[in-house]
Design a protein around this ligand. Structure first.
Ligand SMILES: Cc1cc2nc3c(=O)[nH]c(=O)nc-3n(C[C@H](O)[C@H](O)[C@H](O)COP(=O)(O)OP(=O)(O)OC[C@H]3O[C@@H](n4cnc5c(N)ncnc54)[C@H](O)[C@@H]3O)c2cc1C
Length: 293
């Protein structure tokens, strides 16, 4: 196996162009598992680890957008003051693997693998993130919902590489929740991101591991959007209505399968429960105080 270790993005893109059979390597926490288990034998690897320009978080568009380099690890995301403007993404990062995994694994690798269970992906969908893709031909921006086209399938073409994600900075509240077979070091049975955007008065849900791609729950979003006093930051729906109306609307948006991690039935139930819990967290008195403060 030939391993290339470029020091710049241009060098990496030239290598990818010249070696279309090459596989990208970031933290290796997905790729090397496949190699070690003999499931995957790349003939050439282009490592992105020495490219510092992929490792930063910055605010762009006059502070309206958070740009996160594809080589940013989960540990770096959790430590970044700028990334705290996307708290749901930081919450998701905190649930990934163990400290060792979070020190090596990157957001670019989560997108490269494109698993429906990837923890950052429901957040990127719910926040309306764009993915920045580069090749020697230039760069293009793709909405996350167009980037992920199937289970472990993205719209990336040969010679292309994810270089950053662009996340709109939202006002209001956002959160992430996950169910697994244990409390830590676990791939999601299902995961949910919830974004209540005060400026647009919209609620967006990202549901992971309950379909071939990340799903949204537009009927549940519409239902709750009309039951929020956006100025006062109060949820007007009663706990009973959330249980009998909102929760089933979320569950019915799921298209899960039975697999070694869980049953379809449990997954559909659990996404409804997680979304309802996130809804109640969004309208806790301390959130209201912060927004009014
Ligand atoms: C013990 C363990 C626990 C884990 N727990 C979780 C978890 O809780 N939640 C979760 O979501 N994941 C988990 N994972 C999976 C993995 O850590 C994540 O998917 C991680 O984000 C992968 O990032 P990486 O940098 O290690 O990617 P790599 O392994 O380097 O690459 C993964 C894939 O993406 C491609 N790729 C890498 N970089 C790019 C790029 N810039 N552009 C395009 N393609 C690229 C590679 O070619 C490869 O196909 C776990 C893995 C392990 C081993």
């Amino acid at each position: 196996m030939t391993v290339f270790q470029p020091n710049s993005l241009n060098e990496a893109l030239e290598l990818l162009n010249g070696h279309p059979e090459a596989t990208l390597l970031s933290g290796g926490t997905d790729l090397m598992v496949g190699v070690n288990f003999g499931r995957f034998r790349p003939s050439a690897v282009v490592s992105l680890n020495r490219i510092d320009s992929l490792k930063g978080c910055e605010l762009i568009d006059g502070g309206a957008t958070l740009r996160i380099g594809s080589g940013v690890t989960y540990a770096a995301l959790m430590a970044s003051e700028v990334a705290s403007l996307a708290p749901a993404l930081v919450e998701a990062a905190r649930t990934v693997g163990s400290p060792q995994i979070r020190n090596a694994a990157t957001i670019g690798g989560n997108l490269g693998t494109c698993s429906p269970a990837g923890d950052t992906l429901p957040v990127l969908s719910a926040l309306g993130a764009d993915i920045e893709i580069a090749s020697i031909g230039g760069t293009r921006l793709v909405a996350f919902d167009d980037f992920m086209v199937g289970p472990k399938r993205s719209c990336l073409e040969a010679g292309e590489c994810v270089i950053a994600v662009r996340v709109p900075v939202r006002s209001g509240w956002q959160g992430f929740a996950k169910v697994g077979t244990r409390n830590a070091m676990v791939i999601a049975i299902c995961n949910v991101a919830f974004v209540a955007d005060r400026n647009s008065e919209r609620v967006t849900l990202g549901l992971g591991s309950v379909g071939p791609t990340i799903l949204n729950a537009p009927d549940a979003s519409k239902w709750i959007e009309t039951r929020i006093d956006w100025q006062d930051w109060t949820c007007l729906a009663s706990p009973d209505e959330i249980l009998t109306e909102f929760r089933p609307l979320v569950s019915s948006a799921a298209r899960p399968i039975d697999d070694h991690r869980s049953t379809a039935h449990y997954r559909a139930h659990a996404v409804g429960v997680l979304a309802s819990r996130l809804l109640s967290r969004a309208f806790q008195p301390e959130v209201r105080e912060r927004l009014h403060g």
